[in-house]
Design a protein around this ligand. Structure first.
Ligand code: PMP
Length: 304
C-alpha cells in the first residue's frame, strides 16, 4: 500500500499482547502509540486541533499563527499537522522538558519559546496567552480546556481499541493522565460500548488525583496540578499513583524482556496494569496505552 501524506499515518497503531507473566493469568494489551509518525499519542490531538480549528473557522491558513503551551508531544503533533497548511507555530515549553522533544519541534518548523522550570505548565500557559495578545490573528488551541482534546481520543483511539479486540470482552482500561484528554475520551468511548469496563487513571507520585502531596517527578507527560475539566464527562473507577522508581524500572524491564523502547509514562501504565491484574478476576483483559518511546528521553538518562 502506498500512502500519500504523513497525516494518513496517524493512528491505527497496533494493540500488542504483552508476553509477561501476569497475576491471575490476565492479559495486558498495550496500544503502541510511539509508532505514530511524530512518535507519540499526541499526533492524534495535533491533527484534531488544527483540522478542527480550521473547520470551526478559528484557524485561517495564510493568516493565523498557532501558539500553544506544551510539555512536548502535543507540540510535535501540532507542528506536524500545521505543516500541511503552512501555518506558523510557536510552542511555549518549560525548560525542564526533554531537549530531544524541543529539537523535534524545531525540526518540524516550529519556534520554541522556553519558560522557567519553576513555573511549570501554569507559567507556560500564561506566557502563551501574553504572546497571543501581541500577535495579530493568533490562536491558542489550549489543550487543557479544548473539548477537541478528549474528542480526538473518543473518535479515534477508543473505536480502534474496540475494533482491535473484536469479540474479546474488555475487563479494564488503564491510562495515564496529563491533560486527561486521552483517558477521558478513550474511557468514554469504551464505556459506551462496554458499560461495566473498569477504568483506571494513572498518575506519578507528586500528582494530586489521589490527594497529593504535589511535588516534582521524573515521569514525563503525566501528572496534574489540578483535576482536569474533562474528568467530569467520564466515570473513573480507580486512580493508581506510581512512583518514579517503579515507572523507570518498568521502562528497563520492557526493553530487556519485551523489546519495547517505551517512555516513562508507558512504564507507569505498565506498573499500574500489573497492579490492576492482581485485583481483577482471573483471565481478565486489560487494555493500556504506551504514549511514547524512550528515544526522546535518552539525554535524560532514561536507561541509566
Ligand atoms: N504520556 C506522554 C508521554 C505524554 O506526552 C502525554 C501528554 N501530556 C500523556 C502521557 C498524557 O496524555 P493526556 O494529556 O491526554 O492526559
Amino acid at each position: 500500500m502506498i500512502y500519500h501524506s504523513v497525516a494518513e499515518l496517524i493512528g491505527h497503531t497496533p494493540l500488542l499482547a504483552l508476553d509477561l507473566p501476569t497475576p491471575n493469568h490476565s492479559q495486558i494489551l498495550a496500544k503502541l502509540e510511539f509508532l505514530n509518525p511524530g512518535g507519540s499519542i499526541k499526533d492524534r490531538l495535533g491533527q484534531m486541533l488544527i483540522e478542527g480549528g480550521i473547520a470551526a473557522g478559528k484557524i485561517v491558513p495564510g493568516q493565523t499563527t498557532i501558539i500553544e503551551p506544551t510539555a512536548g508531544n502535543t507540540g510535535i503533533g501540532i507542528a506536524l499537522a500545521a505543516q500541511r497548511y503552512q501555518l506558523p507555530v510557536k510552542l511555549v515549553v518549560p525548560e525542564k522538558f526533554s531537549q530531544e522533544k524541543q529539537t523535534l519541534m524545531r525540526a518540524l518548523g516550529a519556534e520554541v519559546i522556553n519558560t522557567p522550570t519553576a513555573g511549570g505548565m501554569t507559567a507556560a500557559t500564561k506566557r502563551a496567552k501574553e504572546l497571543a495578545a501581541t500577535i495579530p490573528h493568533a490562536y491558542v488551541p489550549n489543550q487543557f480546556a479544548n473539548p477537541l482534546n478528549p474528542a480526538a481520543y473518543q473518535r479515534t483511539l477508543g473505536p480502534e481499541i474496540l475494533a482491535d479486540l473484536g469479540p474479546q470482552p474488555l475487563t479494564a482500561f488503564v491510562a495515564g493522565a496529563g491533560t486527561g484528554g486521552t483517558f477521558a475520551g478513550t474511557a468514554q468511548a469504551l464505556q459506551a460500548a462496554e458499560p461495566a469496563v473498569h477504568t483506571v487513571a494513572v498518575e506519578p507520585a507528586g500528582s494530586i488525583l489521589n490527594g497529593g502531596p504535589a511535588h516534582p517527578h521524573r515521569t514525563e507527560g503525566i501528572g496534574v496540578e489540578a483535576i482536569p475539566p474533562f474528568f467530569d464527562q467520564v466515570r473513573i473507577d480507580d486512580t493508581k499513583t506510581i512512583s518514579d522508581e517503579a515507572a523507570f524500572a518498568a521502562v528497563k524491564r520492557a526493553a530487556r524482556e519485551l523489546g519495547l523502547l517505551i517512555g516513562s509514562s508507558s512504564g507507569a501504565a505498565l506498573v499500574a496494569s500489573l497492579e490492576v491484574a492482581a485485583e481483577l478476576p482471573a483471565k481478565s483483559t486489560i487494555v493500556t496505552i504506551f504514549p511514547d518511546g524512550s528515544d526522546r528521553y535518552l539525554s535524560e538518562g532514561i536507561y541509566d
